[in-house]
Design a protein around this ligand. Sequence first.
Ligand code: ZN
Length: 223
Amino acid sequence: MFDEKEFFERTPKGLLIRAPILKITPVALADLRLYTMFCDVEVSGLGKIKTSGQEMIITDILIFPQKCSNVGTGLDENGLFDFIGSIPGEENDDDYRLWWHSHVWMLPHWSLTDNRTIERFHYADFWVSIVTNKWHQQGARVDFFNPMRIIFDDLPLSLSEPFDEKNLWFLMRKRFYDAGIEGKIRKNVRNIEEEIKQELLYHQIKKEVEEKFKKGARNNGKS
Ligand SMILES: [Zn+2]
């Protein structure tokens, strides 16, 4: 028989919110580590999430065309949102719910810019964010935007299946070639500091050549 008194005594009085359980597939973790390891700039990317009850599993890691510079100057927010805008509607609605980025050698703490970027995902019900670095340290959080604004920060991130560190290194080596990680970095990540350096060098050389040419032209005129 339904005992109303017992039922209410057993029911928690506070607002019960269960934290999401964040997991990542070995392949996705291998790719995440490789992009971070082989980029000397604050590289940023998206990922696909599969949800099942409380579990959120990161299944895919990808990068998009972006302009980057060394740590401290932030990431290419326009590149990120341009790319999200280019994902076909259906796919976008269901899958892409992860934003990740690297702090290169710096601690993986959320910066003010990171928080501002995450707020821009408010069009979705929830969004998963990961910040990582070359030491394989990481911060993970889940932001819920709808029906309530709730942030779960400092979430542990575990592998979706048993996989030890040694096997992960083997997998990383395999993925480096199979997934063409280096080529994807070269294709998508533009290091603007390098470009600025090249530009300065180019202008300097151009000036020197022009001056030499003018000098030569003047001398020719005299003789
Ligand atoms: Zn950051």
